[in-house]
Design a binder for this molecule. Structure first.
Ligand code: SAM
Length: 208
């Protein structure tokens, strides 16, 4: 089951039990690991706190549609904020020759993404960092992908609009950005995906 359905069932309270019942690919053990404060440290660690969102991967057909919606190409630098097993930036490099950065706060996810990257054949184009997405400098991105939660998208919105260059595309799986209306919305295999393009002049009401 997707994050969205979990939310509908339980409001904004996502419990370990809900993920277990839902049959999503994250089992209870994984989520417990996600929910704990990470204990592994590395030179790139900038955060040691609980993830804001549990790990639920985007199905591959939805990944493909997100990259198409953003019109990713070989000039792009794609940032996946909360990158999980790394499938979005890895696919962007394999299909479109893009470069990319995956950010995940959970060291297990970064390890998994790096293992997938090793097998992918695009290891020279992608980098995974164990970081808090709220502490990450986004200014190099030309495309940003998200599969977070509604309140996390809203909290992130001012940072996106402040740090990203005008023309940067943002694609979100399942969740919108409140008052910031998307330029396009698509349905893919029962999922909704949203596209925004960062404007030259950001309206005052979207800055907070
Ligand atoms: C729903 S999963 C999406 C994974 C991947 N983007 C995809 O679509 O397949 C959300 C991911 O965000 C990560 N995450 C949660 N809070 C985070 C934070 N503050 N900074 C970085 N990553 C975070 C989780 O560890 C998890 O891997």
């Amino acid at each position: 089951m997707k994050l969205q359905r979990i939310l509908l069932l339980l409001g904004t309270s996502i419990t370990i039990a809900s993920l277990g019942i839902s049959g999503c690919t994250t089992n209870t053990r994984d989520f417990e690991a996600d929910a704990q404060t990470p204990t592994v440290t590395s030179p790139t660690t900038t955060a040691q706190r609980r993830p804001d969102v549990p790990y639920v991967p985007t199905p591959q057909p939805v990944v493909d549609a997100m990259l198409q919606l953003a019109q990713v190409n070989s000039n792009d630098v794609i940032y996946d904020l909360g990158s999980g097993d790394g499938r979005i930036p890895i696919t962007a490099a394999q299909r479109y020759g893009a470069r990319g950065v995956g950010i995940d706060i959970n060291p297990e996810r970064v390890q998994e993404a790096n293992a997938n990257l090793q097998k992918s054949g695009v290891g020279n184009r992608i980098e995974f960092r164990q970081q808090d997405l709220f502490q990450t400098d986004l200014s190099n991105a030309s495309v940003v992908t998200l599969y977070l939660l509604p309140d996390v998208n809203l909290k992130l919105r001012p940072k996106l609009l402040q740090e990203l260059r005008p023309g940067t595309r943002i694609v979100s799986h399942a969740f919108d950005m409140g008052e910031w209306k998307p330029q396009q919305v698509q349905q893919v295999n029962g999922s909704t995906i949203y596209l925004w393009v960062v404007p030259e002049n950001v309206p005052q009401n979207l800055r907070q």
